[in-house]
Ligand binder design. Structure first.
Ligand SMILES: [Zn+2]
Length: 346
């Protein structure tokens, strides 16, 4: 209560200050966006910043420290799923102490759902994560605070995939999402809704495929989380090298193998009635868009400009038109054709 009062007093004082400085006709949107005060919050390391335009923001001071940390500077690949290709399993220590909690609200279960497929070997392949049943559109939460390293549609089977990197070096993977709510580089707090569950990619029905990795190496997420209760098992976890996948390179398990899921254990698509039609339509549209884009990229063909080339000549050679080439490359018929430049012709 006292904190709330203080906040109100500070807000009132700052409003009075701003109003006194400005002419009365000025609109709120015209006010400069300047920080005017910083207040402590109940969460350690988290401050509330008030701005002169009466907006406010939470700032996690730990993020500034993390941003400079080697964990977020090295091996930061936002285009590839695996970022630690130069580190082999044998290079990792026998035991790694992984601090899971800095503050009490540093953990949130990604989604509460029945386990429909566990981590482990599946014939010639491995199932590198755990599958949790859900309804399409159900919110997916960041398990720990961290930064978004990867957030896009993945054609290798994961569908819409988010990878978060956490300050303790762990990465968490959230696959088959119907919608992605974050972008690469975003900092997220534990519990933040990063996307919505779905069935994109190689999937037989709505579920979350959830992985935990350290330097690309997987281990069973059930080491960390009790998915029955949604609770974290430890505050600090001793990650032993023997917990890692029996394969030496995790990259071999790129595809998410859903072939052993019991389809009856999944929530059927018909069960997802409660989800608004608008979300589903949006999801379908994004899916089609992503598939069309992937198909287009597969079909793309390029021509490297050589001396003597003309747009007309290139168009004839590839059985297309000058206007189509111009459209694909964002150029006009008057654009100079630089030798060595790659033009997309299909
Ligand atoms: Zn899976």
């Amino acid at each position: 209560m006292r904190r709330l009062l203080t906040l109100l007093v500070v807000l009132a004082a700052s409003m009075a200050g701003v109003v006194a400085q400005q002419r009365p006709t000025i609109r709120l949107s015209d006010r400069p966006h300047r920080p005017i005060d910083t207040l402590a919050t109940e969460r350690e390391g988290v401050k509330l910043v008030l701005y002169s335009d009466l907006t406010y923001d939470y700032i996690d001071l730990r993020r500034q420290k993390w941003a400079e940390d080697e964990i977020f500077c090295g091996h930061w690949d936002t285009l590839k799923i695996f970022a630690y290709r130069d580190i082999e399993l044998k290079d990792l220590p026998e035991e790694i102490e992984v601090k899971l909690l800095d503050a009490l609200d540093d953990y949130h279960c990604p989604v509460m759902g029945r386990i429909v497929s566990r981590y482990g070997p599946r014939g010639r392949r491995n199932h590198n994560g755990i599958d949790l049943a859900l309804k399409t559109g159900e919110p997916i939460h960041a398990t720990f605070p961290g930064r978004v390293r990867y957030a896009t549609y993945n054609t290798g089977g994961f569908g819409n995939l988010i990878i978060l990197r956490h300050p303790n070096g762990l990465e968490t993977y959230y696959a088959h999402l119907s919608r992605i709510n974050v972008k690469v580089g975003d900092w997220v707090a534990a519990g933040e809704v990063i996307g919505y569950g779905g069935s994109t990619g190689r999937s037989r029905g709505p579920h979350l495929h959830f992985e935990v990795r350290y330097c690309d190496q997987t281990f069973d997420p059930q080491h960390l989380i009790d998915f029955e209760t949604g609770n974290l098992k430890y505050g600090t976890f001793l990650l032993e090298r023997r917990y890692f996948n029996i394969r030496s390179r995790a990259t071999e398990g790129l595809e998410d193998d859903e072939s052993l899921i019991d389809p009856s254990a999944l929530v059927s698509k018909a069960d997802s009635d409660s989800i608004s039609a608008a979300i589903l339509a949006e999801v379908d549209r994004k899916d089609r868009e992503a598939a069309a884009k992937a198909a287009e990229e597969r079909a793309a063909k390029y021509h490297t400009i050589r001396s003597g080339d003309t747009l007309g000549g290139i168009a004839r050679r590839y059985g297309t038109s000058v206007s189509a080439i111009c459209r694909l490359n964002g150029i006009s018929t008057k654009t100079t054709l630089r030798i060595g430049r790659k033009l997309r012709v299909r």
